[in-house]
Write a protein that binds this ligand. Structure first.
Ligand SMILES: O=P(O)(O)OC[C@H]1O[C@H](OP(=O)(O)OP(=O)(O)O)[C@H](O)[C@@H]1O
Length: 226
């Protein structure tokens, strides 16, 4: 039996690691716990040095990536144990890929590779016009068969949501159905959540925090260009 992304989403949502929100069934927040709150606190603290920032950001990224992988399809399988028993388990299905939104989305690539060693990772670069603040896509590269894959779209900060909206539009132009995209995010504002959900109601979104203030220093500090 194959477990669809949706089946899996519902199964996982009823467990303890995600919180349902008022933003519909496709928007999930990691269930807050002390560990997650500590990581978020360190990342928001202006006194956190760059080395610590990257270290703790990578830890939070790993948690979000692990949970995002729970949204992908798995199929039933059985294996033989060392004592000759049969263990009924699950097998991760192939046919997935990552796509990072440059630049801060690239910070999430290693977390994904640590879990899926040889996963293909595409890239999208969205630039905001300095005067009009209009976001536009200036570069995009995907696996040839991206339209047939489940796509884990990685971007850590959603402030207005404009960057993500443009990136998802490009994926859709390349034939990726909305329901096959899982957005992996660390910090999201309510405005961005509304904006992205309004544009793409069938896309799945996983974040670690919904807060009116996004830590927009993330990319600068993670990559040391602040
Ligand atoms: O949801 P949006 O309003 O589109 O904003 C998303 C992010 O993009 C901006 O960063 P920046 O342009 O520095 O991108 P980067 O961190 O990826 O380099 C902004 O400071 C947010 O961190």
């Amino acid at each position: 039996m194959t477990r669809s992304t949706e089946d899996n989403m519902n199964a996982v949502a009823s467990e303890t690691n995600q919180m349902d929100t008022d933003y519909g069934k496709n928007f999930k927040i990691l269930l807050p716990n002390h560990q997650i709150k500590e990581l978020q606190t360190i990342l928001r603290d202006k006194n956190t040095n760059r080395s610590d920032f990257k270290f703790y950001a990578d830890r939070l990224i790993r948690l979000v990536i692990e949970e995002s992988l729970n949204q992908l399809p798995y199929s039933d399988c059985s294996v033989v144990t060392p004592t000759g028993g049969i263990y009924e388990g699950l097998k991760y299905q192939s046919g997935n890929c990552g796509v990072s939104i440059v630049r801060s989305g690239e910070a999430m690539e290693q977390g994904l590779r640590d879990c899926c060693r040889s996963i293909r990772i595409g890239k999208i670069l969205v630039e905001s016009d300095a005067e009009t603040h209009e976001a536009k896509v200036v570069y995009a590269r995907f696996p040839d068969d991206v339209a047939r894959r489940q796509v884990l779209l990685m971007y850590p900060i959603m402030s207005t949501g404009n960057t993500v909206v443009q990136a998802v539009n490009v994926l859709k132009e390349h034939g990726v159905p909305e329901k096959c995209i899982i957005l992996s995010n660390l910090f999201c504002t309510p405005i961005a959540a509304q904006m992205v959900i309004q544009h793409f109601p069938d896309m799945k979104i996983l974040t670690s925090e919904l807060n009116p203030v996004a830590p927009n220093h993330f990319g600068q500090k993670y990559f040391g260009t602040d």
